[in-house]
Structure formats: C-alpha cells, structure tokens
Design a binder for this molecule. Structure first.
Ligand code: NAD
Length: 323
C-alpha cells in the first residue's frame, strides 16, 4: 500500500466510483475524480454521492468529460497520478440499444483518451470497469474469464469488450499494466435509479407496477458494492501486466426472489407484470471468481438479504433526509 500515491478515478461521482473514492481517501490516498455529471440519471444524486468527499483535503473534483483529450492531458500533467481506475462510461444494456454512437464515443474513444493520458505520465496501473454482460447468452456456467465473449448482445457490452482488448494493445505497445474487472450486477447504497434494486423499491413505494422479465424466472449474480470496492482496490494495488478478472459473488439469485426480499423490507407487496425478456438480456449470469480470489485475495461476503437491507436504509435516507 502506498499512502501518498494519487489515484485518478474517472466516473468518481457515480454509484460505484464514489464508493471507490471514499475507500481510497479513507486509507490516506489522494484522489482526483473526473466526472461530467451527465443527465443519464439525476445529477443531484451524483452531487450527493461526493458531497462529503468535497470537504476532504485529499480529494479533488474535476468536472469534465473523458471525450475531452485536452482536459485529460492537463489533469494528468498537473496531478501525475500513479494509478487510474477508469469507471466513467455510459452504462445500461437496454439504453444502449438505440444509442450505439454515443456508447462508442464515451466507452471506446473515451477509454482510448484516458489510456493515452495515462501512458503519457507513465502510469503504474490501470484498472478498467468492464461488465459480466460481455459473456452474452451462453450455456457455459459459471462464467470463466477464458470463455468466449465474442457475442455481446447489445452495444453496451460490445463497447466494454472493445475497451478490454484495447487495453491489451496498450499493454503490448506501451507496457501499461491493465486489469479489466468484470462487475456482476452491482447494487447497494447510491445504486443507479435505472437498476432493479432501485426501481423495485421505488415502484413498490409509489404503488406502480413492476415489470419483471420472464415473470422473475431469470437469474443475476448480484454483488454488493462493498465487496466490489474491495476487489477494485486490490486490483489497483496489484499490477498484473494484462489481466481480465470476474468480480461477482458466485451465487445467482432468481429475480423473483430478489423482489421478495425487497417486499419484506418495504413491508408492501409488489404488483408484478410479467413481460418476455428482450433479446439483449441473458437468462442467467453466474461468476466464477476463483481467479480474483487467487490473484487479489477477493472474497465477496455480503448476502443479498444483508446488501438489500443496506440499500433500503440508504434509499429511505436519500428520499427523506430530514426524518
Ligand atoms: P454510474 O452511471 O453511476 O457511474 C458512471 C459515472 O461516469 C457517472 O457519474 C457519470 O456522470 C460519469 N460519466 C459518464 N460519461 C462520462 C464522460 N463522458 N466523462 C466523464 N464522466 C462520465 O454507473 P455505475 O453503476 O457506478 O458504473 C460504473 C462503471 O462500472 C461503469 O463503467 C459501468 O459500465 C461499470 N459496470 C457497472 C455495473 C453495475 O452493476 N452498476 C456492472 C458492470 C459494469
């Protein structure tokens, strides 16, 4: 561990990025966050995510876009980070379906921009947020990093896969240490409002119907954000040359069961409307995390019951801050 090092976190005001900034600052590191506070979801939520960090002397916020190469060059030159955690992206599989050009701009060109800025200051380690959706619709369970990821089901995972392989080129050409961490459906406090943990809580509270793909007969390997952050911090601490690692929990949960846990927390039943799953949605995700365990000491511990309880606590505090 390197107390005085600077880590640059792109997307550091977002759901996962802000937890990462918290964790790094808490252990005495300097953190530079670049985020454009885009309107994919309410930027007020992102402002709230970093409100406490802004009072911390070790934290610097740069409001800017990773599509702006000059801004990146200035930020890297000024702060000379030792490591980069690159989390800024357009996320969400379904939103990407009609917006491939935007996803290519931000997730591919943006990643090249960050890689170029990083190598120009001789970065020690580059960690990239990839996704379990690169595995597409496969019958090979659990997912291991070496299996095919050649058939992503939508632009979002296709752009993430492209960024993973560009990382290899930068490793090969310029010796950049590059680790792609494939996150499996992350949830927890500050969860994005387009994600199921949030939408189900919100729909139940507002008496709205919940749309459930295949009537809940699908499985996701939900992973608590605290576990993910431990994995990302370990990846930042461990240059591996070039590596791709699953960060999941390894215990897929039925969508219907996930909703039942939220019903218990909210104390109200969900009005469920079953709809067929769109072709962008694989029926099951399931991580094999042996490689991350071996190389990073990654050890996900938080159950969906516990993790959703923390999420619900945050949801209530976020929406009723004075109660
Ligand atoms: P998020 O949307 O909350 O965070 C992304 C942040 O990046 C946002 O704060 C956004 O404002 C910022 N951003 C987007 N475009 C930008 C740009 N052009 N320039 C600067 N900043 C920009 O999403 P998240 O759920 O925290 O996801 C973080 C990363 O993890 C993303 O790369 C996402 O693809 C990946 N991921 C997330 C999950 C999940 O379950 N949440 C799963 C797999 C992968």
């Amino acid at each position: 561990m390197s107390e005085s090092k600077t880590t640059l976190v792109t997307g550091g005001a977002g759901f996962i990025g802000s937890h990462l900034c918290d964790a790094l600052v808490a252990r005495g590191e300097r953190v530079v966050c670049i985020d454009n506070f885009n309107e994919f979801y309410n930027p007020a939520q992102k402002r709230a995510n970093v409100a406490a960090l802004l009072r911390h002397p070790g934290f610097t916020l740069i409001e800017g876009d990773i599509r702006d190469r000059d801004l990146l060059a200035r930020a890297f030159e000024q702060h000379r980070p030792a490591r980069v955690a690159h989390l800024a992206a357009m996320a969400n599989v379904r939103y990407s379906i009609e917006r491939a050009p935007l996803y290519v701009d931000v997730n591919i060109q943006g990643t090249i921009n960050v890689l170029d800025a990083a190598r120009s200051v001789g970065i020690e380690n580059f960690v990239f947020a990839s996704t379990s959706s690169v595995y597409g619709d496969t019958d090979q369970f659990p997912f291991v990093e070496e299996q095919s990821t050649d058939h992503p089901l939508a632009p979002y995972p296709a752009t993430k896969k492209a960024a993973e392989v560009l990382g290899y080129s930068y490793h090969n050409m310029f010796g950049v240490n590059f680790t792609a961490v494939r996150f499996f459906t992350v949830y927890g406090p500050r969860v994005r409002p387009d994600m199921m943990a949030y939408t189900v809580m919100d729909d139940i509270l507002h008496g709205r119907e919940i749309t459930l793909f295949n009537g809940g007969e699908m499985y996701r390997d939900w992973t608590y954000v605290g576990d993910i952050i431990k994995g990302v911090v370990a990846a930042l601490d461990t240059p591996l040359g070039y590596a791709v690692l699953n960060l999941g929990r390894g215990e897929p949960v039925r969508l219907g069961d996930f909703v039942s846990v939220i019903e218990r927390l909210t104390g109200a039943p969900a009005a469920v409307r079953a709809v067929p799953a769109p072709p962008s949605e694989p029926p099951r995700t399931f991580a094999n995390v042996d490689k991350a365990r071996r190389l990073l000491g990654y050890n996900p511990r938080v159950s969906v019951d516990e993790g959703l309880a923390h999420t619900w606590e945050w949801y209530c505090a976020f929406h009723q801050p004075n109660q």
